[in-house]
Design a protein around this ligand. Sequence first.
Ligand SMILES: NC(=O)c1ccc[n+]([C@@H]2O[C@H](COP(=O)([O-])OP(=O)(O)OC[C@H]3O[C@@H](n4cnc5c(N)ncnc54)[C@H](OP(=O)(O)O)[C@@H]3O)[C@@H](O)[C@H]2O)c1
Length: 316
Amino acid sequence: MDVKDDNDNRGQTAWWRVGLGLGVVTGLHFLRRWWARRRLPPLFKARDRAGVALITGASSGIGAEYARQLARAGYDLILVARRRERLESLAEALRAEHGVMVEVLPADLSLPEEVARVAARLAGLPALDFLINNAGFGRSGDFAGSDIEGQLAMAHVHVDATLRLTRAALPRMLERGRGAVVNVASVMAFYPLPGSATYVATKSALVGFTRSLHTELQGTGVRVQALCPGFTRTEFHDAADMAIRQAPGFAWLSPEKVVAHSLRDLAADAAVSVPGMGYAALVGVAGLLPQAVFDGVGAAYTALRRAEPMRVWTQR
Ligand SMILES: NC(=O)c1ccc[n+]([C@@H]2O[C@H](COP(=O)([O-])OP(=O)(O)OC[C@H]3O[C@@H](n4cnc5c(N)ncnc54)[C@H](OP(=O)(O)O)[C@@H]3O)[C@@H](O)[C@H]2O)c1
């Protein structure tokens, strides 16, 4: 065997070792997650009296489903959104079905004074167990021609409200050594999407914020999670664009599965929760892809959008 063959063999062995090492680390990571998910976190143990959960965007979709699953687990609720009648009818149903206390707190979270009102309510709660920052909406269209007030309203609802409410909730949670904050982001936080620049930017901000906060809160008993769903059947897509209408059936998740996944991942104390194997794989590879791939897919998607102009996702 000559020197070149010897070097080639050594190179191949090194790659095998790296691959095997990565495989073992990944396997151990999933094993740990699987094991942690089998145990209920202290938050959910029967001996602990369930406290209060405040959920934003509870008038429909994922937020309403958090309300149903947490009421079933015995938590009292405070429901926040703009549509008071929707909140009232959900509250009535949950009181009757689960015997929990449900307060309705209508608020428009794009307005600083209304966010401040919700934050004051949060800060005064003696037994806050959950803050679910879920309120949100999408708008589609090129940023250059957009209504800037609408884009800023999205930033206020997704980012400003989340920061203010989380800041209001944490001191009491830390004092009690228990509690959980879920910030509902999106798989789109990991991919550039033409026509949704502000949506992607605000959801990415939520993921970065949550991951950093997660490290700050280690060992305190307080958990924080960025939930990153893919396509989920809710009212979000009522005025969906062409590409979304054509998404195949298998791509869609139910709010029930999304919320159950989020609550299980809180048990594992995962900083980022991605329901659905396919979406988890998409998020997993996002950081490995070169920019050229995003540019190519983005160009194809833009061409599609121009061929059939999108309807605008409206803010109610
Ligand atoms: N569905 C999906 O495919 C998907 C995928 C990834 C991420 N997400 C995220 O999941 C979250 C929940 O959305 P969803 O899918 O459940 O859609 P949805 O059914 O349209 O629910 C959105 C909720 O947000 C509330 N909301 C919107 N603007 C608000 C404002 N200015 N102030 C207060 N509340 C406001 C709405 O209530 P009112 O209209 O009554 O105010 C509603 O309760 C959003 O953050 C969304 O970005 C959804």
